[in-house]
Structure formats: C-alpha cells, structure tokens
Design a protein around this ligand. Sequence first.
Ligand code: ATP
Ligand code: ZN
Length: 302
Amino acid sequence: MAAQQTDNRIKIAVQKSGRLTEHSLDLLARCGLTYSRGRDQLICYGENMPVDVLLVRDDDIPGLVQEDICDLGIVGGNVIEEVRLGLVERGETELFAKVSTLDYGHCRLSFGLPDGTPYESPRSLQGQRIATSYPNIVRDFLRRSGVDASVVEFSGAVEIAPSLGRADVICDLVSSGATLRAHHLYEAETILESQAALIQTPKAVPSVKADWIRRLLQRVQGVIQVKESKYIMLHAPRSALQKIRALLPGAEAPTIMPLEGRDDKVALHAVCRENVFWETLEQLKEAGASSMLVLPVEKMLD
Ligand code: ATP
Ligand code: ZN
C-alpha cells in the first residue's frame, strides 16, 4: 500500500542551486504547492498536492525524466537540446517532451571570438578549435553549416579557453554579454535561443497521477498568462467604442455596462492578455476614454 502511494506521487525535477532554482520554486509555489524540505535537502515533499520536488543538477534533469525517475522537469532549452542531440547520436529514443516554455532563464548560445578576429559566416570557423560545454549542439550546427572544425569539451569556465591557448573560439551561453567582454571576446553568432521549459515523460501514468499532472500543467499555464495580463476598466463614449476596443492589447469580448444617468457613455471592463503600457493609455485617452484603471491579475483559469 505504501509503495503504491509513493508511486502515485508526481516527481518533478528542479535545479538544486543555480540560475533557475528561485524562479522554478516560485512557479511551483504560484501553482499553489506548499512543501517541506527533507532533511537531506534533496527532496521537497508536497504538503497539499501529491507532488514532490527533486533538487538536482540541471544537466541531470532530462535524464531523470528519460529514465522515468521523474514525471516532469524544469530545465533550460539549451540543456534539453544538448541531451536530445546526444540521444539522437546514440540512436536512442527521446523520452521527454517539452510541454511549455516558462518565460524565464532567457539566454542564447553564441560563438565568442577574441576581439579583432574577423567573423563573416560559419565558414570563418573552418579549421578552428571551439571550446564549449555544448558539444552536441555545436557539432550539429557545424555539420549543418558544412564546416569542419574541432570541438573541445569544457565543463565550465569556457571563456578562459582562448587565453589558455586551449581553443581559438568559444561557444557559450550569453545573456548580457558582460562575461564575454570581460575576457576580450565578442559575440559573433547565436546558434540557439533558450529559456526555461517544462518537460514531461510521454509514458502513460496511473489515472490519479495523470489527473494531477493535468491540473498542475493547467495551473502553470495560468501563472504564465497572468504575468502579462492586466484587467482594465474605463469609461468610453458609445460613439468611440469600436475604436477603443481595437486599441486594447490582446483583449477578448469586453464587458460593457451602462453608466447611471448617462446615455452617451458606458463603462468597459476587459482582460488584456498583454501588458498595457502608458502609450496605450494615451491612445485610449485620445480616442475618448476616461477614468482608466489598470489592475494586475492574481490568478487566471480558462
Ligand atoms: P548546475 O550546478 O545545476 O549544473 P550550471 O552551472 O550548469 O548549474 P547555471 O549557471 O545555474 O547552471 O545555469 C542554469 C541555466 O540557466 C542554464 O542552463 C541556462 O538555461 C540558464 N541561463 C540563463 N542565463 C544564463 C547565463 N547568462 N549563463 C548561463 N546560463 C544561463
Ligand atoms: Zn549544469
């Protein structure tokens, strides 16, 4: 019985300590999950849902889903692609599917060349030694570009490879570009855009568990949507309604209500699926809208 209960709990792998940790745990908290952290600090036991969080190195996350140890995982698109290409190369089937991108952990995988070294196209890499922690992605790019270059695998601190004389070029994750600049390198070409994503096992799970996974995924979608969504309220002249509705960013069917004692004006309430900027409010005002209020949305479920 106890084993069966354990079996019915959803296991989700999250980075233990790094750039994705805080955002990922925050996302799960916004989905309503409360948990207590195990003494070994490696598992967070869900208290109000049958969901446990395994804290691991990010590189291990696709593998944990692949091997069916975890049902879900949150990891960078870069790691997903690197592991996927590794499996393809070994002729193995990939057993994790990307179910949603999560809009954090944005970065890109780019070639960095020493300042002053020219770069025109991937051809410029011909015969070069490229240091990277993403050998599969880099080899795949070189193959598709018809370029012959050698890939030197580094597990970290890739940016020091050129100054150590171990490589001519690097291919590494970049967000602001400050690390590249500090090492006298410049960003020559991006080969992958990445952000955190949720992966899921494609294997069938018991229906109780499948039901909770479905609920959790639905909540994740809700959390992603509310981040951008705003609730807008305004007064509008009836004559300008069409124009005002067209200006509302990503709004579906607004609610239109009469205003006591006014035949020429109505109140309009709408959920905007995109952020409402000052420019939009200025355009709405110009179109005749007044008494505008923009409120954040706390939760959303379609
Ligand atoms: P671990 O100990 O879990 O292996 P790590 O050092 O590989 O950690 P982090 O540096 O914490 O990983 O990065 C985790 C993920 O964050 C990356 O795989 C990437 O998806 C994302 N990321 C976002 N911005 C950057 C950036 N500027 N540099 C590196 N990774 C970034
Ligand atoms: Zn890692």
